[in-house]
Write a protein that binds this ligand. Structure first.
Ligand code: NAP
Length: 279
């Protein structure tokens, strides 16, 4: 299969590395900067790379791996060069606005979201096996051609990801809770520490250990990604943040009133619930 990857960064580069393990695939890459294309080709991440869309004329499937804000313009630039049979899929972390914008431009489009990442960005961040064992969500609509879904699903299987299929809006509600809210919460944790006087902050920075490493990780990630999550999934991010604020207020009340049984009951519930989210 001729597989196109547009946006050779963390996700696009990592997809190319894993999909190129199948020698029947030709990996064709497009990125914004010539330097990225040069590195991707030099390291064997893709077979051919270019900064212009003509390279995608022979692609059977194209993964759109640019930042969310660039996906629609990227598709508009690609469309004149594409074969009508080419399947387009994206990897954006918000689905409803992307599906709404792209499906009318290219009916052979399947929204997608691999639920894997690191806090690094760019071609240097691309690593093998990033998607192995991780959820990969597809968000087709009733109009999405079944053959297009099957093509994307077959490559998801090659990545050894765990396929989930759901509606775009349902995806956006769920990821607001487990992906976008954690970024805002984790960033707020770091910002709270930074408001402290210098001597307290200095000591806190020296004492910070595994607990702070775990809870601050996603707040220390790519700011562009966080802004895109909030921009494109604004309603759901706001809804989850307000619900989180209510939860914080409840904890503040318990502690203010020294209501230790209620605090313990809440912490017991969260202790029991956590394994339902992650191992
Ligand atoms: P990234 O590492 O910054 O990679 C994006 C790449 O896209 C950049 O390296 C850049 O390449 C290229 N690019 C930017 N604008 C472009 C344009 N207009 N045309 C062509 N290429 C362009 O970001 P990422 O983390 O891989 O995120 C990419 C997508 O994956 C986003 O839609 C995001 O929502 C989604 N996603 C991210 C994660 C995560 O944890 N990071 C997880 C799942 C999904 P140059 O070097 O050429 O400028």
């Amino acid at each position: 299969m001729n597989i196109g990857i547009v946006g050779l960064g963390l996700i696009g580069g990592s997809l190319a590395i894993d999909l190129s393990c199948n020698r029947e695939h030709q990996l064709l890459g497009i990125s914004r900067r010539a330097e990225t294309c040069r590195i991707a080709q030099e390291r064997g991440i893709v077979h051919q790379a270019s900064t212009t869309p003509e390279l995608m004329a022979n692609a059977d499937i194209i993964f759109l791996c640019t930042p969310l804000g660039a996906i629609e313009d990227t598709v508009r630039a690609l469309v004149p060069y594409l074969n009508p049979k080419t399947v387009l899929t994206d990897v954006g972390s918000v689905k409803a606005p992307i599906v709404q914008a792209i499906a009318p431009l290219w009916p052979n489009f399947v929204g997608g979201h691999p639920m894997a990442g690191t806090t690094n960005a760019g071609i240097d961040a691309a690593i093998p096996h990033l998607f192995e064992g991780r959820p990969y969500v597809l968000t087709p609509t009733p109009e999405t051609p079944p053959q297009a879904i099957a093509t994307v699903a077959s490559l998801v299987e090659e990545l050894k990801s765990v396929l989930h299929i759901c509606e775009p809006t349902v995806h956006d509600q769920a990821v607001a809770l487990i992906s976008h809210l954690p970024v805002m919460v984790s960033a707020s944790l770091i910002a709270t520490c930074m408001q402290e006087p210098a001597d307290t902050l200095n000591l806190a920075q020296q004492l910070a250990s595994s607990g702070f490493r775990d809870t601050s990780r996603v707040g220390g990630g790519n700011p562009e990604l966080g802004v895109m999550m909030a921009t494109f999934n604004r309603t759901e991010v706001l809804r989850s943040l307000k619900s989180y604020r209510n939860q914080l207020d409840t904890l503040i009340d318990y502690i203010t009133q020294q209501d230790w049984p209620s605090l313990e009951a809440t912490l017991t519930q969260t202790q029991q619930a956590r394994p339902n989210f992650v191992d």
